[in-house]
Design a protein around this ligand. Structure first.
Ligand code: ADP
Length: 159
């Protein structure tokens, strides 16, 4: 059973993330999607809310588990028995940061390989922050995120 870890902030999960999860699922027996507790970011959604939105969004895909962690990605990968780390690459602008992270993770844990997957072109301009901004301005985001996220954004911004 070759499982892979897909870590991220997922604030909130978008259809681009789901595309990457589906691609990873085709290559590995299982995907552990893990919500990172990143102390340098102030997320819109709590860890619990992000986990819940992810769980509901992947409910009909086999062999996906969702959890969260606070600490080093490589430690969580070892704890879960993952053989590698998945990251999505959208554009050249992602490359420098991702390259640095992948090399640092390899330095920390030489047994883990980072695998980069490229989403469908229609998701390459999509990120969680654009979705949050649109939703905060009352714009329809149903083309960009799973239905559960549409609802959660509505209730967040109607408060
Ligand atoms: P992080 O703060 O770790 O970058 P994100 O939730 O923004 O967390 O992204 C998690 C991973 O998913 C990253 O590898 C990112 O490049 C990738 N990703 C984000 N949005 C998309 C998208 N629209 N298509 C493909 N990959 C994406």
């Amino acid at each position: 059973m070759r499982k892979v870890l897909y870590p991220g902030t997922f604030d909130p999960v978008t259809n681009g993330h789901i595309d990457i999860i589906n691609r990873a699922r085709e290559m590995f027996d299982g995907v552990i999607v893990t919500v990172a507790v990143n102390p340098t970011k102030t997320p819109l959604f709590s860890v619990e809310e992000r986990v819940e939105m992810l769980r509901k969004s992947v409910a009909d895909i086999d062999n996906i588990t969702v959890d969260s962690f606070d600490g080093l990605v490589v430690d969580h990968a070892h704890e879960t028995g993952a053989v590698g780390i998945i990251r999505g690459l959208r554009a050249l602008s992602d490359f420098e940061y991702e390259f640095q992270m992948a090399l640092m993770n390899r330095k920390l844990a030489g047994d883990l390989t980072t695998v980069f997957l490229i989403p469908h072109e229609k998701y390459t301009y999509l990120n969680s922050s654009i979705v949050r901004n649109l939703a905060s301005l009352n714009s329809d985001v149903s083309d960009f995120v799973p239905p559960v996220v549409v609802e959660m954004l509505k209730s967040k911004f109607s408060k």
